[in-house]
Design a protein around this ligand. Structure first.
Ligand SMILES: [Zn+2]
Length: 87
């Protein structure tokens, strides 16, 4: 299973790990599955996504648009119409 699918499945079937910070704003928190004290901040501004994780910063394990697994998980949930709850 790829890492995006793993995050999405975990969020949907085990425990909520993705939250929206403010109503009406595309600012999200994604908690790490493996280290419970870690979390990442994902934001969309003017249709440009960014994340504060290591992978996004150094373009390792990102897709051709430079999007990391945290960004892709959120995009997937939004496309599927899954409501992301407020933190
Ligand atoms: Zn990330």
């Amino acid at each position: 299973m790829n890492r995006v699918a793993e995050i999405v499945e975990y969020h949907l079937t085990r425990e909520k790990i993705i939250y929206r910070i403010n109503e009406g704003e595309d600012l999200f928190i994604v908690r790490s599955i493996r280290s419970k004290n870690e979390s990442y901040m994902v934001i969309r501004e003017n249709d440009k996504w960014s994340c504060d994780c290591h992978s996004f910063k150094y373009h390792s394990g990102t897709n051709e648009l430079g999007q990391c697994k945290h960004i892709l998980s959120i995009i997937f949930l939004l496309q599927e119409g899954v409501e992301i709850l407020l933190a």
